[in-house]
Design a binder for this molecule. Sequence first.
Ligand code: SF4
Ligand code: SF4
Length: 343
Amino acid sequence: MNKYFIKAQDFETFVTKLVEAKQVIGPVAKKSRFVFEKLKNSKELRLDYDVTVLPPKKEFFPTCQPIVKFEGDKFEGCVNVEEKILFGVHFYDIKALDMTDLLYNENHRDINYMAHREAATIVGSNVQNIAERAFFGTVGVHVKPKGHDAFLTKIDDGYLFETYTDKGEALVSFGTFTKAKKEHESNALDVNNRVMGKCPEVLDYVGYESVANKVRKAFNNTAFWEDCAKDCFSCGSCNIVCPTCYCFDVQDNWNVDQVSGTRTRKWDGCLTEDFAKISLGFGAQENFREKRGDRFRHRIMRKTTYLNAKLGGPACVGCGRCSMSCTSDIADPVNVINKIMEV
Ligand code: SF4
Ligand code: SF4
């Protein structure tokens, strides 16, 4: 839509005015890590973060979300939408939100997710520091982020602020912006291009289709998957921190009256032992991914092959969260894919 420039010395006032007027969720420091949290003031905002512990999808798809209240045979939805600005989202997390938007919108539209998503304004920001296990420079690079309303890039003497929607454009009234000059635009382009070559981890094979073919061919190599997963604790941390994972479990919690209650959904992860356990009725059960190797394979298949046709690329954005959260350090897609390509 439009490109603006704001001087470095005017930026804090812009954020202050936003925080005073709106609910703004941004990256804040928690000891040595970062989390997306409601900003109390502009000083809390840390656009120099590397990666947040949990991805910003938690703002639309909370870890535990009431979806229906019931009483006898009556029930009502619990969607309670609040407008918010998600400020400072890195491009790889915007790409992950684009995937979740698509997956929660196809076939049966997920109103619990979409209502929150549509009430939000997303402001992206350039990556100023790179997470220790990130590889976003070599995975799905042909897929560009598109679900944001504005994007901020820190350049020498201020910020380039690009708006893409009316919601993004509406934020301009909160700051002292001027029309961006050509050199601001070229500086920002340079900043955003340069970061792509600086990731600490590199996927040797950037062609996602060749990776997908090779991973598919490895499907029946049980020994390979068992070996990959031999140190897996089935904790599910690699699922929980992943911005492109979207599975959940649904539970009914009954009140003491045994008539009313709440149906809630909670994040779930395919690496946990119970994830694929189903009831066969009459007390019988089956777990169709009982072995760790099968569960490990399933996650890699989901990230590299199964969703590619729908998404137009892999279901991994290279944030590195899974590698950083895995106690055994076996979850890193780069290591697994590079190993598969050599088999
Ligand atoms: S984080 Fe590591 S140990 Fe935990 S389930 Fe994932 S691969 Fe297994
Ligand atoms: S699989 Fe790992 S690196 Fe890829 S998007 Fe998920 S958490 Fe990030």
